[in-house]
Design a protein around this ligand. Structure first.
Ligand code: URA
Length: 253
């Protein structure tokens, strides 16, 4: 059994290609009737951590509790030590995203700033503190949501991300969303909103109402950095968040 996480990922992919959609950690499953089980013939190993199936087993379906966590880990592995665009040259840390892989609510920002670049965690600077306040005001904790950005590496001097950079990074954001399958995504600011909605409309025009993207509702709103410069706009953002809470509670208008 491979122990290196990359090998495990390859191993899991191999089985996925064969049609295996999940793995049980239950020993009984390995020795189930009709299966010429190698595992049953040897002294049982200690409880496996993320053990792939024995090659002798036929495909089966089990939904492991950590499947979204593992699926996100695969996306992260695929992203690797990314050099797909020029932003990698100036980064300290790639900022993949943090939070709950099972979140019903996801926030998408623009790209890491200086503090995020240092820590490898999204929204930990001043804008992040404001975002945390907004999340708590919604009755949620950071652990309840997932937070990511359109670009995963800091644009130099916090300049806007450029189209080629967004183009390279966006597929990984989409894969994160595909894995998490949040009911609602809040797009923070112009770049997140325009990327997710594939539009060039200004944020002031598209914010404040839901846009359907696949199975997910996207609520564009102002970016917390904008709110730091324009505190009066907090009122509009709060209206947007109330609409989001309505959907999450199942009593949307
Ligand atoms: N602004 C963003 O858009 N994302 C971060 O992670 C931090 C600040």
């Amino acid at each position: 059994m491979p122990t290196d996480p990359r090998d495990v990922v390859e191993h899991l992919r191999y089985y996925a290609d064969l049609g295996v959609e999940g793995f049980s950690r239950d020993r009984a499953w390995r020795a189930r009737a009709g299966t010429p089980s190698r595992a049953a013939a040897v002294t049982p190993a200690p409880e496996p951590r993320a053990e792939p199936a024995s090659p002798s087993l036929a495909p089966h379906v089990t939904a492991p509790a950590r499947s979204r966590v593992e699926a996100l880990a695969i996306v992260r592995t695929d992203l690797g030590e990314c050099t797909r665009c020029k932003l990698h040259k100036g980064r300290i840390k790639l900022v993949f995203g943090t939070g709950n892989a099972e979140a019903r609510l996801m926030f998408v920002g623009e790209g890491p700033g200086a503090e995020e670049d240092e820590q490898g965690v999204p929204f930990v600077g001043r804008a992040g503190q404001l975002l945390t306040q907004i999340i708590k005001a919604m009755g949620l904790e950071l652990e309840d949501v997932y937070i990511a950005n359109v670009v995963k590496c800091r644009p130099p001097g916090n300049r806007n991300p450029e189209p080629d950079e967004i183009e390279q990074c966006e597929p990984f954001l989409m894969r994160q969303m595909d894995v998490i399958k949040p009911a609602v995504v809040v797009a923070l600011g112009k770049f997140a909103a325009q990327t997710l909605l594939r539009t060039t409309e200004p944020i002031s025009k598209i914010r404040g109402r839901f846009h359907q993207v696949g199975d997910t509702r996207v609520m564009p709103t102002f970016h917390p950095s904008y709110l730091l410069r324009n505190p009066a706009a907090k009122r509009e953002v709060w209206e947007d968040m109330k609409a989001v809470m309505g959907v999450l509670r199942g009593n949307e208008k």
